[in-house]
Structure formats: C-alpha cells, structure tokens
Design a protein around this ligand. Structure first.
Ligand code: LLP
Length: 425
C-alpha cells in the first residue's frame, strides 16, 4: 500500500495534489511520501518482532538526506556501500553503531573513515579485504567488527543483473571456503568476527531462495560456533521485491518474509539484521513528467515526455516495467490509445515502454511513473546536459523540495577549461 491515490479524480501524494507540486517546482520531478516510507520500515520492524533485530535501510535505493532523516528518526540502521554513503549516513544523524558497511571494493580511505567515525560492522567480501582491513585497524589502534559475506550459491530467480548469490557472481566468499576464511579472520589482529552476512539478490518475488540461503547460514552458524567462533549476529541482506505491476500477483509481504527468518535462523539466538532498500523506498515515490508531444509514427503513436532515461534508467537498463498513470484520472469509459512512451534523449534506448494502452493524452498533460522511489533518482545522470531533476518530500498537507534542480550555469561551472586551452589575451 502507498499514499498515492486519486481523490476527486486527481492523483495526490498523501494530501497534496500532484499537479500543485508540478506547478510549483516544474516537471519532471520525483516525489516521495513520508507516510509510505514510515509504513514500509515499520512493516519490516514488526515482521522481526520477538527477535533482537535492526532493520538497516539500504540507502543505495534512495539516499536523499531527507529520506535518510526520515529513517534515522524511526530508529533504523543503515547499509552503506561507499565512503560517500557513509558520509551521508553520518550527516543524516545515524550513529556509527547503526551503520553497516557492505561492498566488494572497500578502499583504505573508506575503511579509515568508518573505523574512526564509528561502525557497527564491516560486511567483508574477500580474504584480501580482510587482510587490508586488519592492517588499517591495527595501524589506527582499533579493532574492526566483521561479518563475512558468504555466497550460498542459491538462484534468486530474479533479473540476472541484480542476482548476487550464485557462485558465478562477484559477491561474498564461496560458502564451501567459509571455515578456512573464518579461521584466517580470527587469527588477524585487527579483526573481531561478530557474525555472518548474506545477500542473494534484489527484487525477489519468491521466498524459497531466501529460505534456501538462510538454511545454509543456520548450518554454517552451528559449524562456525563448533569451531570456536562467537557468531552472534546474522545480516540477512535485502532483496524482497515489490509489485511493479499491480495486475500481477503480489510478491510476499514482509511479515511472511519475517516468518522465513524466524523459521530458519530464529532458534540460534543471534541478533538479526536485514538490509531492505527497494521495499522501503520503491512504492514511496513517483516520477512526475509532462507530455511534450504526441507524435504519430508510421504505425504507432509516440508519447514524448519531458522525463528521459537519464532520469529513470531502469526500463532501459533492465527492461523494467513501471506503471504510468495520468495525473488527472480519466473518466470511466474514456478513449484509450496504445503508445510507445519515450523521452527526449537522442537514443532509441530512451524508451520507457512500448505498446502501452492508456487513456488518450495530449501535450501538456501530466503523467506519473509509479514505484519510482527506489533506484530512480540515485541512478540518474545529466546525460544530454539534462539537469538532475528535483526531489520533493510530502508529509500530509505539506511538501518541500529536498533537492533543487541545478541551473545550466551550475552544471557548466562544474567543469574547468585548462589555462593552456584559453586563447592568448
Ligand atoms: N544489501 C546489499 C548488499 C545489496 O547489494 C542490496 C542491493 C541491498 C541490500 C538492497 O536490496 P533491495 O532490498 O533494494 O532489493 N539497481 C537495481 C537494483 C540493484 C540492487 C543492488 N543491491 C534496480 O534498479 O533494480
């Protein structure tokens, strides 16, 4: 459930008409609902009720500082994957003990920043990373709390670009080598092993792969404990999918996911961490755009929008489906047209969807892409020198721009022309 509903035929973000925001900030823009973000966090938090746990929001899904502030105020933890994300977490008020650091390529500078600024744990992904982290921690006179990400070789049954738990993926250490690597970790002076980490992929619409992975983690917990390791924390990753297509069967709910966690690892007495990103932010956001032209091709109608692939790359990159709805609801029985919906960028890949039937639209009409709150704004670029689009947060009747649209000068002035290219005076 989200808080983007039609009221009197006009799409609202909570209590604010979307068209009112468009009139004030201009299109295209992203708009997020605080109530939806909050609701989704609470669903996960409640799903793990009865187990000691921390829901660590995966900020890669949407790292706007205002979104992070919403999460921080709820008492969430946060999963970061870069020095930049770590800095965002600190700036948003997350204390170090609620920040986990994931990723296969952590640098010395990132390790130093997290060790000195405070960190709950590093989710380490390889032996060389373990050795380097131990070295950095020792040099700073500190100890790095560590889980080791294991790759359980489970098929997440999702898009190949976002599956991470198969042995051919770059993530984690093969679970078959886990005992050896944990023994190495325990022998390193700067490392304190606190648990196990696993993350098998994103947009999972079936619980079976989670179950298979968590059963393997439970077995490994027992084995490693028998080897003498104090495994007290399990980070189970993120990945629960969202319903992009409302007409399709809905993916499992957080409460059902929570039951899988309880059933597979609940008996171990470990503190549980999860790292959901998409399910918290995805359906908490819309991308709002205006129709620039309706253009007739040889055999099709093109709806040309002012939003493009640089603003929302998911359709071009993964063939992802996003529901696209008119901001002013079409009356029942209104005429429909089948459109190819495209942006203004100079590539044929700048196509959001082909052959989509929807109420007939005209230039100047507003449309909204649903489920755009996760992996939308964060993956955008300024390709074709199209300024990054504004982000807006709604809370009840109020809204605020939480990232302003840069001007052309802002963009141009980020570049510098070397003096030796300037014409002599
Ligand atoms: N934890 C780790 C270690 C991850 O790599 C990810 C996502 C998450 C948590 C959060 O997963 P979520 O709950 O959001 O599924 N850009 C792609 C998705 C990439 C996901 C990368 N890792 C997309 O637009 O579909």
């Amino acid at each position: 459930m989200d808080h983007f509903l039609y009221k009197d035929g006009v799409l609202h973000a909570e209590d604010v008409p979307v068209a009112e925001i468009a009139a004030e900030v201009g299109t295209p823009f992203y708009v997020y609902s605080r109530a939806t973000l909050t609701r989704h966090f609470r669903l996960f938090d409640e799903a793990l009720d009865g187990m000691e746990h921390l829901v660590c929001y995966a900020m890669k899904a949407n790292s706007n500082q205002a979104v992070l502030a919403v999460m921080a105020k709820l008492g969430a933890g946060v999963d970061v994957v870069s020095g930049g994300e770590y800095a965002r977490a600190k700036a948003a008020g997350f204390p170090g003990e609620r920040i986990v650091f994931s990723g296969v390529g952590k640098t010395v500078a990132e390790m130093e920043a997290a060790l000195t600024g405070g960190i709950r744990q590093f989710n380490v992904e390889s032996e060389p990373e373990l050795a380097r982290l131990s070295g950095v921690a020792t040099r700073l006179g500190l100890t790095a709390p560590v889980t080791i990400r294991v790759n359980p070789d489970v098929d997440a049954k999702t898009h190949e670009k976002i599956a991470t738990g198969k042995s051919e993926n770059k993530f984690g250490i093969p679970i078959s080598r886990a005992r050896t690597v944990y023994a190495e970790a325990a022998a390193l002076p700067g490392i304190e092993v606190v648990g196990i980490d696993v993350h098998i992929g994103s947009q999972l619409t079936d619980l079976a792969p989670f179950e298979a992975a968590y059963v393997k983690v439970a077995e490994l917990t027992e084995t490693l404990r028998a080897d003498g390791h104090d495994i007290r924390r399990l980070d189970l990753g993120g990945g629960l999918g969202i319903p992009y297509e409302r007409s399709n069967s809905a993916p499992p709910l957080p409460v059902e996911y929570g039951d899988v966690v309880r059933r597979t690892v609940g008996h171990l007495g470990c503190e549980i961490e999860i790292e959901p990103g998409r399910l918290i932010a995805g359906n908490a956001g819309l991308l709002v755009s205006e129709v620039i032209y309706v253009k007739s091709g040889e055999d099709r109608e093109f709806l040309i929008l002012d939003a493009a692939m640089n603003d929302l790359i998911r359709p071009a990159m993964y063939g992802a489906y996003h529901e696209i709805v008119p901001v002013i609801e079409a009356p029942a029985g209104a005429e429909t047209t089948t459109y190819d919906i495209v942006g203004p960028v100079c590539e044929s890949g700048d196509t959001f969807t082909k052959g989509r039937a929807m109420p007939s639209l005209a230039a100047g009409d507003l449309v909204a892409f649903r489920s755009a709150g996760a992996y939308g704004a964060v993956m955008s670029s300024e390709y074709n020198t199209r300024p990054l689009i504004p982000e807006v947060l709604v809370d009840g009747h109020q809204f605020a721009v939480i990232r302003a649209r840069p001007t052309f000068d802002d963009i141009i002035n980020r570049d510098t022309i070397p003096h030796w290219l300037e014409d002599p005076a």
